[in-house]
Design a protein around this ligand. Sequence first.
Ligand code: BES
Ligand code: MN
Ligand code: ZN
Length: 492
Amino acid sequence: MSELPSLSFVPVNLDAIKDAGGHIVVFLPESGKLDQLARRVNRLTRGALERFAESTSFARMKDGEARSLSFPTGLAAEEILVVRLDRRIRGDAARKAGASIGKHLRGASVLLLAGAMKGLPDIVLGALLRAYAFERHQTESSDDKNKGAGALTVMTTQPDALAAEGEIVTALAEGVWFTRDLVNEPSNVLTTVEFAERLLEMQQLGLKVQVLDEPELEKLGMRTLLAVGQGSESPSKVVVMEWNGGGKEAPFALIGKGVCFDTGGISLKPAGGMEDMTMDMGGAGTVAGVMRALALRKAKANVVGLVGLVENMPDGRAQRPGDVVRSMKGDTVEVINTDAEGRLVLCDVMWYAQERFKPSGMIDLATLTGAMVIALGHENAGIFSNDDSLAQAFLESAELEGEGAWRMPLGPGYAKQLKSRVADVKNVGGRPAGSITAAEFLHRFVKDETPWIHIDIAGVASLSTDSLYAPKGATGWGVLALNRLINDRYEG
Ligand code: BES
Ligand code: MN
Ligand code: ZN
């Protein structure tokens, strides 16, 4: 995976500032008052910082914003990055400030003059998240990579206390980066086989990883999942990742849609924009990123992640509109539209997860419907749930992590739209409420006793513009919220 910048915390040493190369970050509060470290930078630059603090340019800056002073006299550094931030800041504002630093972190060495600054873990997390770039297929930039991944050094009054928190922050950032790498990867590279291999590598982190291949899936009766993949040269797979950091309790289950490419199948999608369907494995990518973060930070919880990896292709062997297929649960499905394939993959994996693990709760994530993008755009993922307490807990986690999430309804009236003439259920419910009927399809495969959330991430998994914490492309939406949910609800 892409390599994170290295992170270290060092004690305050005023004499090290003059000769530090790369970029130096200085914090200035609204008042413009310089702390000890800023005063040293000011003295070395013969008053440049003080002049900046008194300028209208500084007065116009918002909290968390950064301005660059290039090639300052008196310093070896090529840039001073002045970040306007109050010393007591934490949480959201601190993370945002971190993001403006992160943009400068690509392959560079950055010295953060933090001193007694609070909220450093959040600042660092924001910086690491925003330092991401997906450049492995760009020949020019990969030459640049001789520069390395970059290094972030934090000069602080509390280097030892922060080191442990730094490890957690690094674990979270690595989880998010892992998801983004998977989601950004083109589909000729990230085939079902390659995806499974990248997950198997996580055994090194202490995860138990098992790959179920087509003959085993056939034996288990996962016919709706297999039907989606039967037109592809890439074999369908289900990968099970177990993190057992808790006690004897049943695990919490995370399920991901891993459609490595979605052409629509015989119900072929139009050509325009079809290339975006490389991200149709975003649910599986998110599950993988969460499992990675949990393993890296050695979470004290039992969590199992299951992903259904398939490719939806038109072919002589592909399933047809009108086919009737039996799911692992036993319900028969009339496939009206082969482009509504995600639910056919998820229903078998969800059923299998419940049969095998009897989970204490289950969350599935999927780039499931275009209708979700119409409903909520790119600001919020849609949350559908049979359990108010779990749904509420997730919404709070998402809010605290700044990941937009909005609850949508379920109901038997919507489920009725899925009545089939020839089978137990059909896979589409018509145009009205397309995201909700998709959720109702999945609901049918949730046991009454299983608290469950379905998250439709079609609008948030990948964006065509830069966002606060990511360059255009994959966002890694959900990794932080799910990590927090598990931490708050199952580790205390
Ligand atoms: N993967 C798509 C949904 C999607 C669309 C995700 C746009 C991200 C951005 C899904 O498999 C799909 O094709 N859904 C159909 C369902 C329809 C046939 C009922 C859709 O939304 O058009
Ligand atoms: Mn589709
Ligand atoms: Zn799809």
